[in-house]
Design a protein around this ligand. Structure first.
Ligand code: G3P
Length: 215
């Protein structure tokens, strides 16, 4: 499973990329709005740091506008993936862009059939939002299980990108279910590397090592 960072915060992206921890990035208008300055300039900065796919989202609601914006976003860098919301207009835009070999990420997926339709339209990735489903007492990870099953049944190549991850258990379950990508906030990515027994082990090894000096 690939690890993506779900952020537009440059210091976090720099730290994770330098440590070789991330395979790509997802942004959305809300994440870009949290950062200072022009959002397009922020995407440009991200593209200087990250080699893997970078999802940048369109804000038009009509297919024509989405395609126009998507093609503009693609001028930023070759690794830009055009993120398009799951609507009927969005599906049209995905179809048009995929016929031009432009990679797309269909976002705001909340049902398995939405994911299947996005894949049929030619999306390179689909982004089901697990945390937002959990928020309304609908088990988000069940959606991932269903999408992975359906895509396996039909040998669909569209990647399942688990989004709206809120904690390490979402990432663990995504990997167990065979999702292709998990995109997560920086804090969640960091938490995956941690274990209290690792810290306790280091502490006790160092304590024992110190004792060798007094022998
Ligand atoms: O990038 C989209 C998604 O990951 C948003 O997450 O926590 O705002 O539901 P969240």
């Amino acid at each position: 499973m690939k690890f993506f960072l779900d952020t537009a915060h440059i210091p976090h992206l720099r730290e994770a990329a330098e440590a070789g921890l991330i395979d790509g990035v997802t942004t959305n208008p809300s994440l870009l709005a949290k950062e200072s300055g022009d959002p397009i300039q922020t995407v440009r900065e991200i593209a200087k740091i990250v080699e893997g796919p970078i999802s940048a989202e369109v804000v038009s609601l009509d297919a024509e506008g989405m395609v126009r914006e998507g093609l503009e976003l693609r001028k930023i860098a070759d690794n830009i993936v055009v993120k398009i919301p799951m609507t009927l207009e969005g599906l049209k835009a995905i179809r048009t862009l995929s016929l031009q070999n432009v990679p797309t990420n269909c976002t705001l997926i909340f049902s398995p059939m939405q994911a299947l339709m996005a894949a049929k339209a030619g999306a390179s990735m689909v982004s089901p939002f697990v945390g937002r489903l959990d928020d309304i007492q609908s088990p988000g990870m069940e959606l991932i299980e269903q999408i992975v099953d359906i895509f396996t049944n039909y040998a669909i190549e569209t990647e399942v990108l688990v989004a709206s991850i809120r904690g390490p258990m979402h990432a663990l379950e995504a990997a167990r279910m065979g999702a292709d990508i998990a995109t997560m906030p920086f804090a969640v990515l960091q938490s995956l590397a941690k274990h209290p027994l690792t810290d306790a082990g280091i502490e006790s090894f160092l304590r024992d090592w110190e004792k060798t000096k007094t022998k």
